[in-house]
Design a protein around this ligand. Structure first.
Ligand SMILES: *Cc1c(COP(=O)(O)O)cnc(C)c1O
Length: 410
């Protein structure tokens, strides 16, 4: 049987302290011991099943971590207070002064800023490359390289990483392949394709209710133990610990992820097909016109589709802003950053989530002013949504009304 992430989540069984169907929430920052010896052993990491202090671990956080490890098919996982709180300790753990990272150039703005502006303070340098070009990736590897970093589907340009190809390179040069899988939970399982570490911002699809930030690092027991080590573990010492109450609520939302992803993907595919037919510049990995459509198709679990993210280029930032304001006014979604919500969210990444990236570099990577990033919601009747969106586009002049011959500049 091939790997099935949703079944792995389904197969987990929980019993709360009093027989509850949900695990009990741990509501303590510190834990008592009957013997001082056990306390010492716990601190050293030698007393399995004992808890000491909630920055180290909590029952609620372990439950969520184990569910996410089951989803990604890794030995274990460590949940964190945010996605950035997962990404930054992993990179600080794997790299020290003098080390080098090869990173995709199209990544989340916060990750880009961290690698571009922050890690150089610790003499960790990063080369940003076109991750879809394995020759360029290999050419950027030096004797100091420790990590290849990418997103399985990139933010915001929806480039798709060849995870198997990158994993082969990582093996050849003895590097760690770290993949941020935030845009494609369930659809893509990077660890099964050879990634060493898989990261998510739980803030997005996995939690799915835009009520909290959260993150996770999925990897081997050894890697996660290193991150949690009380003497030199970056998760432990940098302190981006998730709160237990949040871990419990994210775990409950995780249970509907498979249903939500199917609907996000179904809706996004429909809209992408229609908008492309209407002549709009549409980027969606589920469209045969997407340069990595075949690659995504080879890597994916088909039932979860190509994900909920798509981009449209409407020509200029002014047009993008006008359209987004109108769509919000018509209650088609929110003009907001982030993704994975039940309502559609839209933003212009060049002036928001990717504004950390200098304008000339934005241009080089194809991030244009008129680009709108959509996180398509769970709308029940997507055809109705499409008709309403199309009416907005006609109103702002991004599309022309059917049957009229005026030309529109897009
Ligand atoms: C949002 C996001 C992050 C950062 O996660 P936070 O939870 O906001 O810290 C990292 N990577 C990707 C791809 C994201 O979309």
């Amino acid at each position: 049987m091939s790997f099935q992430p949703a079944d792995n989540i389904q197969d987990l069984q929980y019993f709360g302290e009093f027989g509850g169907v949900n695990p009990s929430i741990s509501d303590s920052s510190t834990y008592t011991f009957l013997s001082a010896k056990t306390m010492f052993d716990t601190f050293e990491g030698n007393a399995d099943g004992c808890y000491l202090y909630s920055r180290h671990s909590t029952p609620s956080n372990l439950y969520l971590g184990e569910a996410l490890a089951a989803m990604e098919g890794t030995q274990t996982a460590n949940v964190t207070a945010s996605g950035m709180g997962a990404i930054t300790p992993v990179l600080m753990q794997l790299c020290g002064a003098g080390d080098h990272i090869v990173s995709s150039r199209t990544i989340y703005g916060g990750t880009y800023a961290f690698l571009k502006n922050f890690t150089p303070k610790f003499h960790i340098e990063t080369s940003f490359v076109d991750i879809t070009n394995l020759e360029k990736v290999e050419a950027a590897i030096t004797s100091s390289t420790k990590v290849i970093y990418c997103e399985s589907v990139s933010n915001p340009l929806l480039e798709v990483a060849d995870i198997k190809g990158l994993a082969d390179l990582a093996k050849k040069y003895n590097l760690k392949l770290v993949v941020d899988n935030t845009f494609s939970p369930l659809s893509i399982a990077p660890a099964k394709l050879g990634a060493d570490i898989v990261i998510h911002s739980l803030t997005k699809f996995i939690n799915g209710s835009s009520d909290t930030v959260g993150g996770v690092v999925c990897g081997t027991q050894e890697m996660i133990d290193n991150l949690r080590n009380v003497n030199d573990g970056a998760c432990m010492l940098l302190g981006s610990t998730m709160d237990s109450l949040r871990a419990a609520s994210v775990l409950k939302n995780l249970r509907t992820l498979h249903i939500r992803m199917k609907q996000h993907s179904h809706n996004a595919l429909y809209l992408a097909q229609q908008f492309e037919k209407d002549g709009l510049k549409t980027v969606y990995p589920g469209l045969p016109s997407h340069p990595s459509h075949e690659l995504f198709t080879q890597m994916m679990h088909p039932e979860f589709g190509y994900g909920g993210m798509l981009t449209l280029d409407v020509g200029s930032l002014d047009k993008a802003n006008e359209l987004m304001e109108l769509m919000q006014h018509k209650n088609l979604g929110y003009l907001a950053v982030s993704l994975g919500f039940y309502k559609t969210l839209f933003s212009a990444p060049g002036s928001s989530t990717s504004s950390e990236i200098p304008e000339d570099e934005q241009a080089e990577m194809g991030l244009t002013d008129g680009l709108i990033r959509f996180s398509i919601g769970l709308d029940n009747d997507i055809e109705r949504t499409y008709e309403m969106m199309k009416a907005c586009m006609i109103e702002v002049g991004v599309l022309r009304p059917a049957g009229k011959m005026e030309t529109v500049s897009v």
